[in-house]
Design a protein around this ligand. Structure first.
Ligand code: CP
Ligand code: NVA
Length: 302
């Protein structure tokens, strides 16, 4: 693995290797075992969109691994004044050991990898959020012990989270059901990918049907970053695509509820469901451990 651009690029064993290392790093952190695997290394972090979890977990993760992280705001970088991504990639490759980028188009992330000569990590695009799904898989395995045949149901917008969950969960042997309204389906390339998994993947607009017998129910905001102008319209379209007690009653008794956060209580998830499922905050914590594993895999001296 040279980069983390999207989960489609990774094999099942590469994903499992990251999760195993993440478990090890979490154990080491908890027991104060020093793990400065990235001493002297620098990660640049370019954020074209807001972030709480991704920024703080990458920054503290690099520090815990003995390296440093530089927060690079496009307002201050020359990218913001039109310097091409190609030149930026070439120049930053001379200073840094890796770049994490959060932006809009997946192509920008792929271009950084194409023109630069250091590892590139996708910290979220409109298409994918691979770091989040690695933390999600880590959390699911912590709670359930294994992946085989577990059913994850995603309720809501067929967005970057839905795209990455479909790919990540199918790759590790889970079943995936998506409940989303017509016109808001996951990306066509992801639906094509899922075809190879036969009836392990289902797509419906019926939330209760999708939640039937689910081991994990997942949701995300109805309006993603960049779609703020559509928020009112989306509230109407997605009404009913909510993780609430009624829809959850169709799932298994020991269902886990996950949310990448930030959440809008009363929209895609009710406050009572959020409060009854503290695993959502284990999931948020695991961003740190899963990303440290990605950083070590990509940036440690071999
Ligand atoms: N889940 C997630 O990526 O959170 P942030 O937007 O706060 O980084
Ligand atoms: N779909 C959301 C995820 C936030 C972590 C967004 O892109 O804004």
């Amino acid at each position: 693995m040279k980069h983390l651009l999207k989960l489609m690029d990774l094999s099942e064993s590469e994903i499992l290797d990251i999760l195993n290392l993440a478990d090890q790093l979490k154990y080491e952190k908890k027991h104060n075992i020093e793990h400065k695997y990235l001493e002297g290394k620098s990660l640049g972090m370019i954020f074209q969109k807001s972030s709480t979890r991704t920024r703080v977990s990458f920054e503290t993760g690099m520090y815990q691994l003995g390296g440093q992280a530089l927060f690079l705001s496009p307002r201050d970088l020359q990218i913001g004044r039109g310097e091409p991504i190609e030149d930026t990639a070439k120049v930053l490759s001379r200073y840094l050991d890796g770049i994490m980028i959060r932006t809009f188009e997946q192509k920008e992330v792929e271009d950084l990898a194409k023109y630069g000569s250091i590892p590139i990590i996708n910290g979220l695009t409109d298409f994918a959020h691979p770091c989040q799904v690695l933390a999600d898989l880590m959390t699911i395995r912590e709670y359930k012990g294994e992946f085989d045949n577990l059913k994850l149901t995603f309720v809501g917008d067929g967005n970057n989270m839905a795209n990455s969950l479909i790919v990540g969960c199918l790759k590790v042997g889970m079943r995936v059901a998506i409940a989303c309204p017509q016109g808001h389906l996951p990306d066509s390339a992801v639906l094509e990918f899922a075809k190879a998994y036969g009836d392990k993947f289902t797509l419906t607009d019926d939330v209760k049907k999708a939640c039937a017998d689910a081991d994990v129910v997942y949701t995300d905001v109805w309006a993603s970053m960049g779609q703020e102008g559509e928020a009112q319209e989306r509230k109407k379209v997605f009404k009913g695509y909510q993780v609430n007690a009624d829809n959850l009653s169709a799932a298994k008794n020991d269902v886990m509820v996950l949310h990448c956060l930030p959440a809008h209580r009363g929209e895609e998830i009710t406050a009572d469901v959020m409060d009854a499922h503290p695993e959502i905050f284990d999931e948020a914590e695991n961003r740190l451990h899963a990303q440290k594993a990605v950083l070590v895999k990509l940036m440690a001296d071999k």
